[in-house]
Design a protein around this ligand. Structure first.
Ligand code: SF4
Length: 272
């Protein structure tokens, strides 16, 4: 359905070369010469899998309205100190035109969980982008229904980004409260997305209060099991926002975020 064959030339996934105990040892490692060895190995893997090309994507934050209450996020519904907006179709298409001018390969439409972003309207935009431009379309619109995700895939969306944040269910519940009566499993959604033919992007948060090195090793193992096209590891920094998690510290960071969890300002690796 996408405009480019993304499977062609992809490297085979290699078998696990570290067990969990070894991962934890490396996560705790602080000696510079040992870390230099690790960076070197990481750079070799990066070179082998993605080479030296940098793939630019045009990220369009189409709405900053969200119904959720994630503890670290400035877009959470209860944050009254934020000016909210939702872009019109014309505004979005103007950004798309700019992405074409910049010769980007992909646009990402991203938003909080904004119920007034109607599924059919998003599908219409996807079709228009696919029809009128050479761009691929990535979506990052939160936990949406299976029918909506399927509609967007059929309209031509290529990728979907949804971070599972942590493999530890208890920590997950602490930072990402469910909507009343609507407990959704992001890992199950990621599996459905893959079944629908999306290339998925996911990842974790590092620095959640109470998070342990063992949790981080479990996260890595889970990423390896789900094999997303993108893998995002987001270090949490103290935000300017007034959020419940502001200033809290965990392993490797402080709780807080800058935008949508399906977000903008995080580190990520990407297989083209
Ligand atoms: S992290 Fe995502 S779902 Fe949670 S409040 Fe922020 S935008 Fe909404």
């Amino acid at each position: 359905m996408g405009k480019r064959d993304r499977t062609a030339g992809k490297p085979e996934h290699r078998p696990l070369i570290m067990d969990k105990r070894e991962m934890i040892r490396w996560l705790k490692e602080e000696r510079e010469p040992e870390l230099a060895r690790l960076w070197e190995k990481a750079d070799e893997a990066r070179q082998r899998h993605v080479g030296d090309k940098v793939h630019l994507r045009g990220l369009i934050e189409i709405s900053n309205i969200c119904r959720r209450q994630c503890h670290y996020c400035g877009l959470r519904a209860d944050n009254r100190g934020l000016r909210r907006y939702r872009m019109t179709a014309e505004e979005i298409m103007a950004c798309v035109a700019q992405a074409v001018d910049y010769r980007y390969g992909t646009v990402v439409m991203q938003a909080g969980e904004d119920e007034r972003l109607k599924a059919e309207a998003i599908a219409g935009l996807i079709r228009k982008i696919q029809r009128e431009t050479p761009l691929s379309v990535t979506l990052s619109l939160g936990e949406r229904s299976e029918a909506e995700l399927r509609l967007w895939r059929e309209a031509g969306a290529d990728r979907y980004l949804l971070r599972f944040k942590t493999s530890n269910r208890q920590l997950y519940g602490q930072i990402h409260p469910s909507l009343p009566g609507k407990a959704l499993d992001r890992l199950a959604i990621l599996r459905h997305l893959a079944d629908m033919g999306y290339e998925t992007g996911s990842g974790v948060m590092i620095g959640i209060p109470g998070q342990t090195y063992e949790d981080l090793a479990e996260d890595i193992l889970l990423i390896q099991g789900t094999r997303p096209g993108h893998d995002r590891r987001r270090p949490l920094h103290s935000p300017p926002w007034d959020t419940p998690g502001k200033g809290e510290r965990g392993t490797g960071g402080a709780l807080g975020g800058t935008g949508a969890d399906h977000g903008v300002n995080d580190l990520q690796s990407h297989r083209p």
